[in-house]
Each structure stands twice: as structure tokens, then as C-alpha cells.
Design a protein around this ligand. Structure first.
Ligand SMILES: CC(C)(COP(=O)(O)OP(=O)(O)OC[C@H]1O[C@@H](n2cnc3c(N)ncnc32)[C@H](O)[C@@H]1OP(=O)(O)O)[C@@H](O)C(=O)NCCC(=O)NCCS
Length: 217
């Protein structure tokens, strides 16, 4: 299979189920470098655990040390970023070694070739397996999640601003759009359109709640 270009890989918000619009795609940012990816990941933790400093846009060295000390999920994400950066740099052997170390230390199983946008939040990495075609920016994977093949080696594509609850499984050659919520323990086997919430086994899409003003009518 031909490898997509960096720009194609990072057209996260063109993961809409209907398919990308060429003009929109051209506007997408290129896949960021390691610094931007790591800064995005750290910011995802800061927004939750140090919201005031995050709002002020201040990331200090001691903040990062504190986050690294307290959150094994951030350590796991950064170890994955290191293995991925080495893989992108065509460094032999080391990417696989760091990916395996991540499994041994954190139980976080992500091959170094998987491309994930910035702002990856994985609070409890143990038992999480990520074998996706592409994953967008600002994705939260809560705990013990499997993203991978169903019965043939074809893998899910996941958009940006996606929340995946504990224990969820996302399987097969499916597309999860942007701004999607996936419930705890859901088994997702079909495309989920942008903005939807999917729960259950197999996952079904929840009817959207009416807006408060509509609900009052
Ligand atoms: C999917 C989720 C985000 C939906 O939240 P929400 O939009 O506020 O939805 P609601 O809680 O109003 O529930 C809507 C309906 O979906 C059902 N539902 C919600 N989550 C569900 C789940 N994980 N599995 C099955 N059904 C679920 C509710 O029972 C409700 O059904 P009803 O309309 O028949 O009463 C949330 O329920 C969820 O699963 N969060 C994951 C949290 C998590 O992983 N925590 C781990 C912390 S370590």
C-alpha cells in the first residue's frame, strides 16, 4: 500500500464520513513536528490539571516535571512520541525498542508508525492498544481501549476532538468523525458521523438531545 504524504495524514478534520473536500483539505495544516506534538500533549494535561496556567499559555519546566511525575499517561504518550519521531527519522531498531518499552513499562501498545495528532490524552494507559490508520488532534482515550482490526488487517480512522470511554473497542476499516463521544465499553463496528455519541454493544448512535430552547417548546 502506498504511504500517504504527511499532509494527507494530517487532514484530521477531513475525516468526515462523507469524504474530504479538496479545497478544505488544502487548508489543513501539515502534520506537525515533534515539538508541536509534544507541546499539544502537555497542554492537554495542563488544561485539565492546571487550567489557570494553561489559560495563560504558560508552560514552565517545573509544570512539566510535576505532570511527568504525577501522570504515567503523559509519560506513556511522550515515550510513544519519541518512538514515532525516530520512526519518521528512519532510525533503525530504536523505534521498536521504545515501543516495546512502552508496553513493558506502561502497558501502552502503540506501534511507532501510528500517526496521532497533538493533544493526545491517555490518563490510564494500561491495557490500551492503538492500531489505527490515523488519529486526529485532541483525542482522549480513557482506559483499556482497543483500536484495531476486526477480522482482516484494516484499521480505523479517527478524527479530531474525539472522546473514547473506558473499555471501548473500535474495530475494522471504519471512520470515526470529529467531535464524537464513544461510551464506556462500547464496541464500535460502523462509521460514526461527526458530532455523534455512540454507546453499547454493538454501538448505536444516540439520538441528539434537543437544544434547551427547543426542549422548552
Ligand atoms: C457516552 C457518554 C460520554 C455519554 O454521555 P451523555 O451524552 O451525557 O449521555 P447520557 O449519560 O445522558 O446517556 C444517554 C443514554 O445513553 C445511555 N448510555 C450512556 N453511556 C452509556 C454506555 N457507556 N453504555 C451504554 N449506554 C450508555 C444512558 O443510559 C442513556 O440511555 P437512556 O436515554 O435510554 O436513558 C458517557 O455515558 C460515557 O460512557 N462516558 C465514559 C466515562 C468513562 O469512561 N469513565 C471512566 C473514568 S476512569
Amino acid at each position: 500500500m502506498e504511504r500517504p504524504t504527511d499532509t494527507e495524514r494530517y487532514t484530521m478534520t477531513t475525516y468526515a464520513v462523507e469524504g474530504p473536500d479538496a479545497t478544505e483539505q488544502a487548508k489543513q495544516p501539515p502534520y506537525p513536528g515533534i515539538r508541536k506534538l509534544v507541546a499539544g500533549d502537555i497542554m492537554a494535561w495542563m488544561k485539565l490539571w492546571m487550567p489557570q496556567r494553561a489559560a495563560a499559555g504558560k508552560i514552565g519546566v517545573f509544570d512539566v516535571i510535576r505532570l511527568l511525575w504525577n501522570y504515567c499517561g503523559l509519560r506513556a504518550v511522550l515515550l510513544y512520541r519519541l518512538s514515532h519521531a525516530l520512526w519518521k527519522g528512519h532510525v533503525p531498531v530504536l523505534p521498536g525498542i521504545f515501543a516495546q518499552l512502552n508496553v513493558i513499562i506502561h502497558g501502552f501498545d502503540v506501534p511507532s508508525c501510528v500517526e496521532i495528532g497533538p493533544g493526545l490524552y491517555v490518563p490510564h494507559p494500561v491495557g490500551t492498544v492503538i492500531m489505527a490508520s490515523r488519529i486526529g488532534a485532541n483525542v482522549s482515550l480513557i482506559s483499556s481501549i482497543t483500536i484495531g482490526m476486526r477480522n482482516v488487517p484494516e484499521f480505523p480512522t479517527i478524527g479530531s476532538n474525539v472522546f473514547v470511554g473506558a473499555g471501548a473497542r473500535i474495530l475494522g476499516n471504519i471512520v470515526i468523525g470529529d467531535d464524537v463521544n464513544i461510551g464506556a465499553n462500547a464496541v464500535v463496528l460502523m462509521d460514526i458521523p461527526s458530532g455523534a455519541t455512540a454507546v453499547g454493544v454493538p454501538a448505536r448512535i444516540l439520538a441528539r438531545k434537543p437544544a434547551p430552547e427547543q426542549a422548552g417548546q
